[in-house]
Write a protein that binds this ligand. Structure first.
Ligand SMILES: Cc1cc2nc3c(=O)[nH]c(=O)nc-3n(C[C@H](O)[C@H](O)[C@H](O)COP(=O)(O)O)c2cc1C
Length: 303
């Protein structure tokens, strides 16, 4: 699949961010990695995935056949509108090069992204954009916390419900098989998962990191608006040949982010977004999607 496994097997071509993430947590043996209380699927300590078994299972509740998947891939290739192409080409990138992304590019992305729709046009998004020294200092603090005091930190909001009903549970298990399988990380290897999680905190080596916050006095509807804005950021980046990764992992360390970025008390940290140029290894989608028959109901259409 991708070169992730090679990284963990000692590929010398990992860039500095990853090296930092790896060395920071090296030598920890069955410590906080095993004890960590995080429930995040990206934290490498997700019990349901750990118990999910080996690779090779059918995708998403066995409803997406190989031929359906192939048809979807063909339809991807056939996408003829620019926006379709950008949506279909965007994938979560976790291997960035250190190629600089200038401030004006980030400004352009945000200028476009702000045209996301929002209920009553309240535009509930806030962004902290980081690069260079401030980004490095933040990453160092986050890595330190991740390696040494993980259990002390908890997100201010819950991303996943404790008990995922079908088909979500199966989808999450599928994610775990594909994601950790592609990295060559065994389901029971908590230390390797913690090292992978550490890469989140160096923005996977991306030269720009965004931290996304929302006013805690707003309700769920505003989070819907925020999601649309975040997607716009990802797509506007993709339209400029950039790669990105949205990351909820940052929410766990909101106290550190608050301190480094002077985030006001009424703002809640929702997620981060790494933005940069791919290290070359990405860009094929590895995560499948359920067929539309699984989520769409057509009523009143003539067949
Ligand atoms: C709100 C949100 C938070 C996410 N958080 C993380 C994260 O913390 N770390 C990570 O590696 N990926 C994270 N992802 C990426 C997802 O794992 C990814 O989007 C999903 O597996 C589908 O893959 P694709 O984006 O390549 O199609 C997040 C995605 C979203 C939308």
């Amino acid at each position: 699949m991708r070169e992730y496994a090679a990284d963990w097997n000692g590929n010398p071509q990992v860039h500095s961010g990853h090296t930092a993430a790896r060395s920071q947590c090296q030598g920890r043996r069955n410590g906080a990695a095993a004890e960590g209380a995080s429930l995040s699927v990206h934290d490498g300590e997700e019990k349901e995935i750990v118990g999910a078994g080996g690779a090779g299972g059918d995708s998403f509740g066995q409803t997406v056949s190989a031929s359906e998947r192939m048809a979807a891939e063909n339809s991807q290739r056939a996408a003829d509108s620019e926006i379709d192409r950008i949506i279909l080409d965007r994938v979560a990138c976790r291997e960035f090069s250190n190629r600089v992304v200038p401030q004006h590019t980030i400004v352009e992305i945000l200028r476009v992204a702000r045209f996301a729709p929002s209920g009553a046009n309240i535009q509930p998004w806030n962004i902290y954009a980081l690069t260079g020294g401030p980004q490095e200092r933040l990453s160092a603090a986050l890595l330190d916390a991740h390696c040494n005091e993980r259990a002390k930190h908890v997100s201010e909001y819950k991303y996943y419900s404790d008990v995922l009903p079908p088909p979500y549970r199966e989808r999450r298990q599928e994610f775990g098989r594909i994601f950790y399988g592609s990295l060559g990380i065994h389901s029971g290897d908590a230390e390797a998962r913690a090292r992978q999680t550490a890469k989140n905190y160096v923005f996977f080596g991306a030269p720009v990191g965004l931290i996304v916050t929302i006013d805690r006095r707003l309700e769920a509807g505003s989070w819907l608006d925020l999601g649309m804005f975040v997607q716009n950021v990802l797509l506007a980046a993709a339209g400029r040949g950039l790669h990105s990764c949205p990351q909820e992992t940052f929410a766990k360390y909101h106290t550190i982010l608050r301190q480094h970025l002077s985030i006001p008390d009424e703002q809640m940290v929702v997620c981060g977004i790494s933005i940069g140029y791919s290290d070359g290894g990405v860009s094929l989608r590895s995560m499948p999607r359920a067929d539309i028959g699984e989520f769409a109901h057509f009523i009143g259409f003539e067949s």
